[in-house]
Every structure is written in C-alpha cells, then in structure tokens.
Design a protein around this ligand. Structure first.
Ligand SMILES: *Cc1c(COP(=O)(O)O)cnc(C)c1O
Ligand SMILES: [Zn+2]
Length: 421
C-alpha cells in the first residue's frame, strides 16, 4: 500500500529528475515531474503524488528562510512565485483550552497568509510549476479562496488566470480579491462540483493549466502547514501534537498533512506511533467524507445537493478522498459533521479570543467540541486546530454572527443615554 505509514525508502524510477518524480497512488506508474502537463495517471486515471528519493529531517531545513520556502528541501522546486506565504501564527487560546478541558489547544491560523487562506501555500508552488511547464493560462474552480490565491499568485507571475465560481455561493471578500487581482471570473450556473467538472474538462482539452488541489504540486506547498505545526509543538512542549483537527472540503489539506507525516516517518524523524491523529470536520449539509469514514467505505459517495453557511467547504465530491481517507484511517483519526449553528457558535468562541475566522474555519473548533463532549478526544491530548481562512473573507457571515450596530445621536449625552440602556 503506497499510502501507508512506513519507514521504507522509495527507490527512484528511471524517470526521476533530481531525485523527484510523480507516482500514481493506485497503480504506482511513475512520470518525470516537469516533462508534460499531467494531473492524473495516464494508465488508470488515479491521483498522482510527488515522490522523493531523499527526504529531509527537521535539522535539514534552512533556518534563514521563513515560511513555505524554509522547507524547500521537502518541495519539488528550490523557490517559487512568493508573496511571503506561511509562517502563520500558532495562537494559544487559554479560555477555550480550559473550557474544552485539554492538555493543550493551539490554533494554527492560516487566515494570516497573504490572501487570507492556506491556499497561498499551494499556489506559491503550483504557479511556479506552471511557469516551469511553460503554460500560458491558469485556471481553477473555487468556492472562493482558491480563486483569490490563484488570482494573486497568477498576477504576481504575470500570467493569465481564469476562475470558475458557483454563482451566488461565494463570499464577498473572495470575489473582490479575484476581481482586483485581475482574474477573469466566470460565474457558473451550478455548484462547486459542477465548476470543477468543467474546469477539469477545459484542462483536459489543453485550454488551461489546472490549479485545483487535484494538482499534486499544490499539495506539496500545503504540506508545510504540518511541518510548521510539528516544529512549533516540539519547541513549545517538547512533544509532537497528539491530534490535528481541520475543516474538510476537497480534502486536499488532509491529504497534504498526511503526506508530511509519511515523509517524516520515512526520513526517520517521526515514529509511527507519534504521528498525530488526523481529524476531519465537515458541515452536516456537505459531509460525504464523514459518511465514508462512518461506513468504513473505501470510496466516497458524491452528494449531489450540498448546503452550508460555511461556503468554503460546500463540496459534495471531495476529489482528494483517495489520499485523505487512508490519512484519517492510518493515523487512527476520525471525521465528524457539525451544524451551521455549531459553526457560528465556534466562530464567536474564536472571536472571543481575538481570532477572526470565516465560517468554514470555525468548523474545526465546532468538531473538536463535539468530539470532546462524546469522549472521542481525551483530556490529556495536545491538539492543534486549523483555521483555514480569515474573518474578512466573509464579512456578511461575520456581521450576522456578531453584535448589531446601534444608532445614536451625534452628542455625548445622547451616547451616554444609549449606553445605559
Ligand atoms: C479550501 C478551504 C477549505 C477546504 O480545504 P480542502 O483542502 O479542500 O479540504 C476549508 N476552509 C477554507 C477557508 C478553505 O478555503
Ligand atoms: Zn495509475
């Protein structure tokens, strides 16, 4: 099984370039990394993964660089199209930690990336690979954040970008970003899964280079979230985290974190038993991964109709499920669904500790709370929750979850009077 946790080192195939190659997770066919545009296996259409002959340990990483490119030794390129992504804060939340009754709780706030979501970590690598391949037009389907990141990194690289969005289902901040960074925005009469079907077809016809998380190079950049969390826990607690909780949409991040762990195990830096438990959280109205985990299924059933206020995870057909399901299972993890009301409550909880996140991000805390309540998470655990996007991404959701502005007259006595009410 190519996706299990093993300390065995892979043997590079003849097509490897500088010790790196692409490998199919289903049939193990291998391909040269930058020789041609390819998203899935030619032989069986399986998902591809970047593999390396030599994997770095934490001691190998360049201590001078910061952010994603500090981990260049674990990436397919030496440098990328960078806007200083990564190196995001790992906040302490003492009140939430106390209330949930955990040994330690930290929030890895990916909303602090340049465009306000973790998608930047994938794009700094993905857009650099696109440049390496010499493609001319970049494209993605998006619930919003991928389009914001692609627009920014594409413009940074001076490349044409095309984004397909589900009409009326993308938060205002994200459309504004894609728009100002100069992407051509196509509003599709359909949901995210339909947008992805179309953009995959465009890519297959050679009309654009696909930068959704089906693209294996994007996940390489996203691995660095896991590397940063592990490094920080080792420094702060002299221990690895027991569990990482994250919102799940297309399950790219789940797959990327698992890959980071597998590579550390292979490099000999992390013992199998110490690998953090991956815990995925979905919204009740869009929970095909939770369904598959609960049923012990090998495949995820596509949900035709999905609905949730957490628009970033309003996805019924998680394309990275074949990589993410083994990740959750092999680490002894689980997946849980939460309601929109629970998501909003968690968004307020985080805001109460000064951390502003968009609804999808709050799903991680909502899921952790739920698992704590049923005893699926133990009190002695050290947990990291991933918050994937910034509060300002979805100003409407934030305003709806927060306090109402109160009208007052323009004089001090009137203001004081209003304050006594
Ligand atoms: C993209 C995104 C997700 C989902 O991540 P996957 O890797 O697709 O599972 C969750 N939250 C936010 C804010 C996102 O932008
Ligand atoms: Zn294959």
């Amino acid at each position: 099984m190519s996706l299990s946790l093993s300390s065995e080192r892979p043997t590079p195939p003849a097509v490897a370039v500088d010790g790196a190659w692409l490998e199919c997770i289903d049939c193990a066919d291998s391909y040269a990394p930058f020789e041609a545009v390819r998203y899935t296996c030619d032989a069986c259409d399986g998902l591809l993964e970047v593999r390396y002959a030599d994997l770095p340990t934490f001691d190998d990483f360049d201590s001078d660089a910061t952010g994603v490119w500090r981990y260049a030794d674990a990436l397919p390129l030496e440098s990328g199209v960078s806007i200083q992504e990564g190196a995001t804060p790992l906040y302490e939340v003492p009140r939430l930690e106390d209330e949930l009754g955990l040994e330690a709780l930290r929030i890895k706030h990916e909303g602090m990336n340049p465009t306000g979501s973790f998608k930047d970590r994938g794009m700094t690598v993905g857009v650099a690979v696109a440049r390496e391949l010499g493609v001319s037009r970049l494209a993605c389907a998006s619930t919003g954040n991928t389009s914001a990141a692609l627009a920014a990194y594409g413009s940074r690289a001076g490349m044409e970008t095309l984004v397909l969005l589900p009409a009326g289902k993308v938060a205002a901040g994200k459309v504004a970003q894609a728009s100002l960074h100069g992407a051509r925005i196509l509003e599709v009469d359909g949901n995210f899964d339909a947008c992805l079907d179309v953009v995959q077809e465009l890519a297959a016809r050679g009309e654009a280079y696909l930068l959704n998380s089906l693209n294996p190079f994007r996940l390489e950049g996203q691995k660095t979230i896991g590397l940063e969390i592990l490094e920080a826990f080792r420094e702060d607690y002299d221990a690895w985290p027991d569990r990482i909780v994250l919102p799940v949409g297309n399950a790219g991040n789940t797959a990327a974190l698992y890959k980071a762990f597998r590579e550390l195990v292979q490099a000999g830096d992390l013992d199998r038993e110490d690998v953090p438990t991956l815990t995925g959280v979905q919204a009740e109205g869009a929970a095909p991964m939770v369904e598959a985990i609960e049923n012990g299924a090998d495949e995820v059933r596509r949900w035709a109709d999905v609905e949730t206020r957490a628009t970033a995870i309003r996805i019924g057909n998680p394309v990275n499920a074949p990589k993410a399901l083994p990740g959750i299972r092999e680490t002894g993890g689980t997946a849980v669904a939460v309601s929109d009301a629970e998501i909003t409550a968690a968004q307020r909880d985080l805001a109460g500790e000064g951390i502003g996140v968009e609804p999808a991000s709050a799903a991680s805390i909502a899921g952790l709370r739920k698992l704590r309540e049923v005893g699926a998470v133990d009190a002695d655990e050290r947990v990291a929750c991933l918050t994937t996007g910034h509060l300002l991404k979805d100003p409407d959701a934030a305003a709806a979850a927060g306090a109402e502005p109160e009208p007052v007259p323009a004089d001090t006595d009137g203001v004081l009077e209003a304050l006594t009410e």
